[in-house]
Design a protein around this ligand. Structure first.
Ligand code: ATP
Length: 255
């Protein structure tokens, strides 16, 4: 089980892409341990850019992002590796190795704990293989242990990705539109899995979503982005569904 850590401090972060597009514009955000934060906003608002900055898939142009006090934007080498190990990422397109088995995909969550040699040759410990089975069982996918990932439905693939995230024993889970391509029933399963990581395993969860009703159903706090700026930030108890009319107004509606 993850320890009670998983704080994220985003301090005056801006991101300008090489072509001049402003992805993030002076973002400040303090996420405390165990929160379930949903980020909402129009397509292009900067949601993916923010998540990718938090786990350093992107470098930022200015500002800093602290994970339990350590600045990931400047980390290098083994420090970056250890910081990244604490952050699991769930993607819209699942990011599984399609030709590999479900088990192998789930074990990939342990890669950050092995030498490159051992992980390349799949030399995972017996304990980790047992843990993989255990985590697959938690997402009701144990019967697919030996199945190739490309034989699974989208929802099943996302649940495998969640089992892989659990293997990592992260303190923070970032999910970028994790349910965008799923039907309503599977959407609920995946959102419930994320809630399990948050409520039962104590992980901090940050999810990008387009759906306001889903955000209201699962978040402990909702953050809104618009054109790279943070325009909304409230705990769920203070959220009113109409608050989002502004965030979802097309650019130009406001002018
Ligand atoms: N690699 C890139 N190069 C240039 N501009 C980019 C790049 N990636 C994203 N952008 C731009 O940065 C802005 C923020 O994009 P981002 O993908 O973070 O938004 P988003 O809110 O996640 O949108 P979506 O809901 O469509 O995923 C957009 O204007 C987008 O076009």
């Amino acid at each position: 089980m993850a320890s009670q850590t998983g704080t994220i401090q985003v301090k005056d972060v801006s991101k300008v892409y090489p072509n001049g597009t402003v992805g993030l514009d002076h973002i400040n955000l303090d996420i405390t341990s165990g929160e379930f934060v949903v980020i909402v906003g129009l397509s292009g608002a900067g949601k993916s850019t923010l998540l990718r900055a938090i786990n350093r898939l992107h470098d930022v142009t200015a500002g800093e992002i602290l994970l339990d006090g350590a600045d990931i934007t400047k980390a290098k080498g083994s420090q970056l590796r250890v910081l990244r190990r604490n952050i699991a990422m769930i993607f819209q397109n699942f990011n599984l190795v399609k030709r590999a088995s479900v088990a192998r995909n789930v074990l990939a969550g342990r890669v950050g704990y092995y030498s490159t040699f051992k992980s390349t040759f799949g030399l995972f410990s017996k304990a980790d293989k047992e843990k993989a089975a255990e985590n697959l069982n938690k997402v009701n996918m144990l019967d697919k242990y030996y199945t190739r990932a490309d034989e699974l439905s989208g929802g099943q693939q996302q649940r495998v990705a969640i089992a892989r995230a659990m293997m990592q024993s992260p303190t923070v889970v970032l999910a970028d539109e994790p349910i965008a391509s799923l039907d309503p029933k599977t959407t609920k399963m995946v959102m419930d899995d994320l809630q399990h990581l948050n409520r039962d395993l104590g992980m901090t969860v940050v999810v990008n979503l387009h759906s306001v009703p889903l955000a209201m159903a699962y978040a402990t706090r909702i953050v809104g982005l618009r054109a790279g700026k943070l325009v909304y930030d409230k705990p769920i108890a203070e959220v009113n569904e109409h608050d989002f009319d502004d965030i979802y107004a097309e650019a130009g509606d406001k002018e």
